[in-house]
Design a binder for this molecule. Structure first.
Ligand SMILES: Nc1ncnc2c1ncn2[C@@H]1O[C@H](COP(=O)(O)OP(=O)(O)OP(=O)(O)O)[C@@H](O)[C@H]1O
Length: 235
């Protein structure tokens, strides 16, 4: 698997506050990683650091062969990073189809392929962003990130607050994306047991430090590790 993203001893935070301490990880092309940890442990800050929204203090970040810290924040989405933030941030006064086409870039993810992955979005193509249910908004946010044809997709708690049936639908979609899209994925979720089977690697953050870095399966099968770091959210 050729290397796509490498972090070496990265420290980052906001202003003078340090949130992430000495984080290292390596992700290959098409690879997948569960980013786990209880609330406030630094998961979103890791995404913000990659997107240039948090303050990178030290350590190397290489993405697709480039020093990412030298790429301005506004250019990172077009350098191959697709971010689906927790707030979803879809355009409320554009239709579903406009939300998708407004960001489209050339590549394997076309409107047609996104509609194949999310048939609900096709059904709702003429609806405004603000007329969608929470699950549909999540699908739209994911579809919009795919239209950027990223090499790495960052998903921040995509299942949060959604009804069990929609969660199931999204899990199936995420599984298809991790298994055969060729795109790398980092997935933040509270429910470790649900998402670990979908990814190859896992990283657990505890107060901004990595306390587990290894394969997902080992973590999934180690109840003591899961309970120790993730407590009730592991279930
Ligand atoms: N914009 C910000 N400015 C200053 N501090 C922040 C900012 N965003 C987050 N923090 C702080 O950084 C720490 C880590 O927060 P972060 O959102 O990365 O955690 P998280 O693991 O993603 O948690 P959650 O599951 O609640 O989203 C917290 O102490 C939080 O208060």
């Amino acid at each position: 698997m050729p290397e796509l993203l490498t972090l070496e001893n990265v420290w980052a935070g906001y202003g003078d506050a340090v949130v992430l301490e000495d984080i290292s990880l390596t992700l290959g092309e098409g690879d997948s990683l569960s980013l786990l940890g209880r609330n406030g442990m630094g998961k979103t800050t890791l995404f913000s650091t990659l997107m240039g929204a948090a303050r990178h203090r030290s350590g190397a970040i290489r993405f697709a062969g480039r020093d990412l810290t030298r790429v301005p924040a506004h250019a990172r989405a077009h350098s191959g990073l697709g971010w689906v933030p927790q707030e979803r941030d879809i355009f409320p006064s554009l239709t579903v189809e406009e939300n998708l086409t407004v960001v489209a870039t050339r590549g394997p993810w076309t409107l047609q392929r996104v509609y194949e992955m999310f048939p609900r979005l096709k059904e709702r193509r003429g609806n405004m962003g603000n007329q969608l249910s929470g699950g549909e908004q999540q699908m739209l946010a994911m579809g919009r990130a795919l239209m950027l044809n990223p090499r790495l997709l960052l998903l921040d708690e995509p299942m949060e607050g959604l009804a069990p049936l929609i969660v199931q639908e999204l899990m199936t979609i995420i599984q298809r994306l991790t298994e055969d899209s060729g795109m790398a994925i980092i997935l933040v979720e509270q429910h470790a047991r649900q998402i670990l089977p979908l990814t190859r690697q896992a990283l657990v953050l505890e107060r901004g430090k990595a306390v587990y870095r290894g394969d997902s399966e080992t973590l999934l099968n180690d109840r003591a590790l899961l309970d120790g770091w993730l407590g009730v959210v592991a279930h």
